[in-house]
Design a binder for this molecule. Structure first.
Ligand code: 6GU
Length: 232
């Protein structure tokens, strides 16, 4: 999979070279290119934003550097581009969307800052490419960069061969689409820590009883924390 990220803060993406995503890049499973939007400006101050038409607070990202960025990225590869625009006004990012994005050959992340990108960039890109505006949740970040870190990790771990033990993905995909439950609590050694014991059932060796206990724990947690997932 090819990933392009366009941002005025390319340094945000250094952590993608760590851990599982870093290994996927090092092995060539993922081809990551981070681009500084300012490289597609032509004025002395590398201006990427301007005041909003109609007035109001904040600044809007100018369309011209974005247009040049999209043209340059299209030229750089024959793979069809899916453009992902992180914005609190986007569709909610879910595990289902992560699975969908993991099927695309090339994702281009367009990171807005300030009050966002001139709408004509989104409209132009929508006429030419697939564009998905995505939100991480109902809160406001200063820009799309942190969202791209989260989305990239969620997508790359789903690519074939990236996770060592794909059984961990299997358990998740059961909860995907089917009954959506939060995970049950997990324990490891020692059996007593600071006076707190591991639930006895987990030491029983009875896998059917353990499976039922975990299911009950997951259901109770989901009812307490995310009743919406149970339709309650
Ligand atoms: Cl994807 N971007 C920004 N800027 N803020 C957000 C977000 C995304 N998701 C939640 N808040």
């Amino acid at each position: 999979m090819r990933l392009d990220v366009v941002s005025i803060f390319p340094d945000y993406f250094a952590p993608l070279h760590l851990s599982l995503v870093g290994k996927a890049i090092a092995s060539g499973r993922v081809d990551l290119a981070v681009h500084d939007l300012r490289s597609w400006t032509h004025d002395r101050h590398h201006t990427t934003d301007d005041t909003p038409y109609g007035g109001g607070a904040g600044m809007v990202m100018k369309p011209e550097p974005w247009g040049e960025a999209l043209d340059a990225l299209e030229q750089a590869s024959d793979l069809p581009m899916t453009i992902v625009v992180p914005t609190p006004a986007g569709q909610p990012f879910t595990q289902a969307l992560a699975y969908e994005l993991a099927t695309r050959p090339r994702l281009v992340f367009a990171c807005g800052r300030y009050e966002g990108i001139d709408q004509r960039v989104i409209d132009y890109a929508t006429d030419t490419y697939e564009v998905i505006e995505v939100s991480l949740g109902d809160y406001v970040l200063n820009g799309g960069e942190v969202a791209v870190l989260a989305i990239t990790e969620a997508v790359v771990r789903l690519l074939p061969g990236v996770i060592g033990n794909p059984d961990s993905l299997l358990e998740e995909s059961h909860s995907e689409g089917n009954e959506q439950l939060l995970e049950y609590p997990n324990y490891t050694k020692p059996p007593i820590w600071r006076g707190r014991e591991v639930p006895e059932v987990l030491l029983s060796g009875n896998h059917a009883v353990i499976a039922r206990w975990r299911q009950e724990q997951a259901t109770a947690r989901t009812r307490a924390r995310r009743p919406d997932l149970l339709g309650e």
